[in-house]
Ligand binder design. Structure first.
Ligand SMILES: [Mn+2]
Length: 340
C-alpha cells in the first residue's frame, strides 16, 4: 500500500457505527492502537467509535493507562456485533483465539504486527507488518501520513504501547519504531507516563510472585514456572519477563489458570529463535498460541476438565517445551532454595 492511512480512511467511506476491538486481556499496544483508530476516524470523518475488549484488564499499569488517559472501553459481554457496520481488530488477527471477535465474523479492518495468517487475507483492509515492533508504530505512521493532530494523551498512550511492546526499543529491529519514538516523545506528558508505569500494586501480586519464584524449575538455561490459579491473566507474561532477566537464562515459560483457561507466556533472549513458533508447536492440538521473535503466548480451554486432565495437559506442554529447546534430558532443579 502506497498510502495506507489514506486507504484506511477511504475504506470507511460513508459507513458509520465503527467498532474497534482490542485483543483479550489487552496490553498497552492494543489499547493505544484502538485509541489511535478512534482518533483517526473522529478527526477525519467525525465518526463515533466504540472500543471493545475481551477478557480482563488485569495489570495495574494497564488499568492506570485507561484511567489516567480516560480511554473508554466496553467489555465484549456488552457488545452486540450486529449493531456495527465496521468491525476493526487491532494488534491481533481473526481466529487467533486471543480476541473476542466471533469466528463467524471476518473483520473489515485488521492492523497488526504479528505474523500474517492466511485468514487475514480475506479482510478487506488489512495492514500487517510483522517486522514492526508495535501496532502503535503503524498507527503513528497513519496519523503522520494523514497530517492529524496527536494530542498529549494519544501521544502518551502510543509511546507507552511502543515502549512496552519493544521493551524500550531493545526488541525493535526497524527504523520505523525509532522514528515513531522520536516523533511521539516530545509530545508525551512525562509525569503521566511515570504514574502509569509505576502504579500502586496490590499485595496479592507480591504473594503470587513469591509463590511463582518458589515453584520455578530450572533446566540448564530454561526456566518453567507453573503458577497455579491466578487472579490476574497478565501475571504469567510479567513473570516470564522477570525470570528471563536472570543471568545465564535464555528461555522462560510461565503459565497459570485464570477463569477456566490456562494462560501461557514464552520468552527468549535469543534472537532468531521465534518464541511464537515454539508457542504454536507446544500447544498443537491443545489450544491456541502465537507471537513474536522473543515474546509469545497462548491459552488452553480448561472448562469442564477435571484437575487430573488439566494437570495432564500442563505436563504435556512442559515436556513439549523442554523437547523443543533440547533440554529434555537435563536434570530439573528448583530455581531458588530458600535458607531454612
Ligand atoms: Mn503489539
Amino acid at each position: 500500500m502506497d498510502k495506507p492511512g489514506h486507504s484506511l480512511v477511504d475504506y470507511i467511506g460513508q459507513k458509520s457505527r465503527i467498532l474497534v476491538m482490542c485483543h483479550n486481556n489487552p496490553d498497552p499496544d492494543s489499547i493505544a492502537s484502538a485509541a489511535a483508530l478512534k482518533s483517526i476516524f473522529h478527526q477525519k470523518l467525525r465518526r463515533k467509535v466504540v472500543i471493545g475488549y475481551g477478557g480482563t484488564i488485569g495489570r495495574a499499569e494497564n488499568r492506570a493507562l485507561i484511567r489516567r488517559l480516560k480511554i473508554d472501553m466496553i467489555h465484549v459481554k456488552d457488545i452486540d456485533f450486529k449493531h456495527f457496520s465496521v468491525i476493526c481488530l487491532v494488534d491481533s488477527q481473526p481466529r487467533t483465539g486471543n480476541n473476542s471477535v466471533p469466528f463467524a465474523i471476518i473483520p473489515d479492518i485488521v492492523v497488526d504486527h504479528h505474523p500474517l495468517r492466511s485468514i487475514t487475507r480475506k479482510v478487506p483492509f488489512h495492514d500487517v507488518r510483522p517486522d514492526y515492533g508495535s501496532t502503535s508504530t503503524i498507527m503513528t505512521e497513519y496519523l503522520r501520513e494523514l497530517d492529524l493532530q496527536v494530542d498529549k494523551i494519544l501521544a502518551t498512550a502510543l509511546f507507552y504501547g511502543l515502549k512496552t511492546d519493544t521493551n524500550g526499543l531493545l526488541r525493535s529491529s526497524v527504523k520505523a519504531d525509532l522514528d515513531a519514538f522520536n516523533f511521539l516523545f516530545p509530545k508525551i506528558v512525562p509525569k503521566t507516563l511515570a504514574s502509569i508505569e509505576n502504579p500502586e500494586i496490590p499485595r496479592s501480586y507480591y504473594l503470587k510472585f513469591a509463590d511463582a519464584i518458589g515453584k520455578s524449575i530450572q533446566y540448564k538455561d530454561v526456566i518453567i514456572s507453573n503458577m497455579g490459579k491466578l487472579n490476574n491473566p497478565d501475571i504469567p507474561a510479567e513473570m516470564a519477563d522477570f525470570l528471563l532477566r536472570m543471568e545465564n537464562i535464555r528461555w522462560t515459560l510461565c503459565m497459570g489458570e485464570f477463569k477456566d483457561q490456562l494462560i501461557m507466556s514464552v520468552r527468549t533472549s535469543r534472537r532468531g529463535e521465534w518464541a511464537g513458533k515454539v508457542a504454536i508447536k507446544i500447544l498443537r492440538g491443545l489450544g491456541t498460541g502465537g507471537g513474536h521473535e522473543q515474546a509469545a503466548g497462548g491459552r488452553v480451554f480448561f472448562a469442564g476438565l477435571s484437575n487430573e486432565d488439566r494437570n495432564q495437559k500442563i505436563v504435556k506442554i512442559t515436556n513439549r517445551f523442554l523437547k523443543a529447546l533440547g533440554v529434555d534430558n537435563e536434570k530439573p532443579k528448583p530455581l531458588v532454595v530458600l535458607p531454612a
